[in-house]
Unconditional design. Structure first.
Length: 132
């Protein structure tokens, strides 16, 4: 006789390797749709200042709408990348220490890149130029 009194549904919930189920899958799909829309906008927008150099791109980026959309595009890209790498690490790295180390590096690197990306957009959009 089994001591497991859970229903069949409870037995299979959270049974995946990462125990996070459909939540990450849904977030990946939502971020993919956002990236598709903003990616098309980004390609269209890039053609508007093609050949104008840094000054043309900076003038384009000084528009608040363009700066906000570009920031959202970059942050969504990094979020989507973090989710995808997380799934790869959880599926293919089997040693607990290595898995947790890689998951931390993945998260930390994406956060650092997000901070740098937002700083770069703000610096150019607010007229900071190339001086550091």
């Amino acid at each position: 006789m089994s001591d497991d009194f859970r229903t069949d549904r409870k037995k299979i919930e959270g049974a995946g390797g990462a125990h996070h189920g459909a939540g990450v899958w849904v977030r990946e799909r939502v971020s993919s749709v956002v990236l598709l829309v903003l990616g098309i906008w980004g390609l269209w927008a890039a053609t508007r200042f093609l050949g104008q150099g840094f000054d043309g791109a900076a003038a384009w980026l000084r528009s608040p709408l363009n700066a906000i959309l570009l920031t959202i595009l970059m942050l969504t890209t990094l979020y989507h990348m973090q989710l995808g790498l997380r799934v790869v690490i959880e599926d293919y790295v089997h040693k607990p220490v290595g898995k947790s180390t890689l998951l931390f590096i993945n998260f930390f690197l994406c956060v650092v890149l997000a901070v740098v990306a937002v700083f770069a957009v703000l610096k150019v959009a607010l007229g900071g130029g190339l001086r550091l």
